[in-house]
Design a protein around this ligand. Structure first.
Ligand SMILES: *Cc1c(COP(=O)(O)O)cnc(C)c1O
Length: 370
């Protein structure tokens, strides 16, 4: 079943993933744990394979967004701690307890609803209580709610408070002031606890790489584990080199020389200004090569060539300076010769972030592991 005929594929360098984690571990205190964030199919890189590499490199826990993501990983990793960071339905709590999947306790209301299910738990449910210190997404915002939430967890034999955490809204931005504000709030919430739980954590990639003083017991390492700088600001101050793990390849499926004035693709959006070599690649927006990437360059024969005309669902056309053979390799993301195209370049063109362009690479793109 693993035969793939289509020459369009993503190659994931698991050594790069391990190296990005090892670099972080060297940079942080020895006792600080790395939580590998592998939500959204490991940012498009493949959850199982990335999780395996992360555990090999010393990650202490896996973090995901949804129950389904956690269950998939549990099948493959029976022993590893798995935390669901998103707000899950209380109906999942019973399964989570049985599968030893940790959930995020993010409000008093949620906790009360889970307590109603708790008689069904065969083993206690481990939770990480969430503080909304300024992100404004999930978590408790007042000390009163915090005390109530912690009390509900600690006074029921159906729950174990394994950790507490918060999330920064601006760790990847130039200004440090809001990060400081959030850290102050979080520390106040920590000080209200009768007893410190096993794991206190706050930092995402940007905070882990920029604010050593906010590492607490563990950091949640997502985007930088895949080798993408969290933002241009963080890129300037990286404490070690991040290696991009994902390369995206295709090849020439068809090539022709067109006359001056020939038009290419839907809407005749491109017109040849001279005699030109136009090649067709079997990759399109249904693969994650979004239509907004028209004009983006690819690498072929060690030089850059532009995508011309509208990107179709399954194919796109590029303009070449000379004839190439059918089957000639084309690099959409990655290195060839002296040239390199990084995901950040796509993100910039699309006015978004590499997180989004990476997760939008679809299942149709075969992932090959190196
Ligand atoms: C996605 C996510 C992370 C990882 O963030 P990166 O910027 O990718 O490192 C950490 N914590 C929470 C709560 C998240 O949702």
């Amino acid at each position: 079943m693993n035969i793939h005929y289509r020459p369009t594929y993503a190659e994931i360098d698991l050594e790069a993933i391990r190296s990005n984690i090892e670099g972080l571990k060297t940079y942080l205190d020895e006792k600080t744990g790395v939580i590998a964030v592998v939500k959204a199919n490991a940012y498009g890189h493949g959850d199982i394979e990335v999780a395996k590499a992360a555990i090999e490199a010393g990650a202490i826990m896996l973090a995901v967004a949804t129950p389904e993501e956690a269950l998939r990983l549990r099948e493959e990793f029976p022993e590893t701690d798995i935390l669901v960071m998103g707000p899950v339905s209380p109906a999942f709590a019973e399964v989570a307890a049985a599968e030893r999947i940790m959930l995020t306790a993010f409000s008093v209301e949620w906790m009360n609803r889970v307590l109603e299910e708790a008689d069904k738990f065969l083993v206690p449910l481990q939770v990480h209580a969430k503080v909304d210190s300024g992100m404004g997404r999930i978590g408790v915002r007042s000390i009163d709610d915090w005390e109530e939430l912690i009390h509900l967890i600690r006074t029921s034999s159906h729950f174990i408070l394994d950790g507490i955490y918060t999330h920064f809204a601006t760790a990847d931005e130039e200004s440090k002031s809001f990060v400081d504000e959030q850290a102050t709030v979080f520390k106040e919430f920590i000080s209200q606890l009768p007893e410190k739980p096993r794991l206190v954590h706050a930092a995402n990639s940007a905070a882990a790489l920029r604010y050593r003083q906010l590492q607490f017991d563990a950091v949640r390492f997502g985007i930088a584990m895949y080798g993408f700088p969290p933002s241009p600001v963080v890129k300037e101050v990286l404490p070690y080199e991040l290696k991009p793990a994902l390369s995206l390849y295709s090849e020439i499926a068809h090539i022709k020389k067109v006359e001056v004035g020939s038009t290419i693709g839907y809407g005749q959006a491109y017109t040849a200004e001279q005699e030109e070599w136009i090649a067709t690649l079997p990759i399109g927006y249904a693969d994650g090569l979004q239509r907004g990437l028209s004009g983006q360059e690819v690498i072929i024969g060690g030089v850059r060539a532009p995508i011309v005309g509208r990107i179709c669902m399954d194919q796109c056309m590029i303009r070449l300076s000379k004839e190439y053979s059918i089957g000639e390799q084309v690099v959409l993301i990655g290195k060839q010769g002296e040239e390199e195209i990084r995901m950040e370049e796509w993100a910039e063109r699309l006015q978004t972030i590499p997180y989004e362009t990476a997760v939008l690479l679809t299942n149709r793109v075969n992932r090959v592991y190196k």
